[in-house]
Write a new protein. Structure first.
Length: 59
């Protein structure tokens, strides 16, 4: 579950596990946690493309 970024800008996450056949409860808890944390960060694809072009010399 996305949990945001650490001080260095690296993505952090939460992993849930449970006993056999507990998937419905895990999905519910995971969804609630994801909504509460609002940790998903949209990637900056333009910056990534520029970095790739700078390294490869290709567009």
């Amino acid at each position: 579950i996305p949990a945001g970024l650490d001080p260095a800008g690296q993505p952090q996450g939460v992993v849930l596990s449970g006993p056999y056949l507990s998937e419905p409860k895990l999905f519910a808890v995971g969804f609630a946690l994801e909504q509460a944390l609002q940790g998903r960060v949209e990637p900056d694809l333009d910056a990534t493309i520029q970095q790739i072009e700078a390294v490869t010399g290709q567009q």
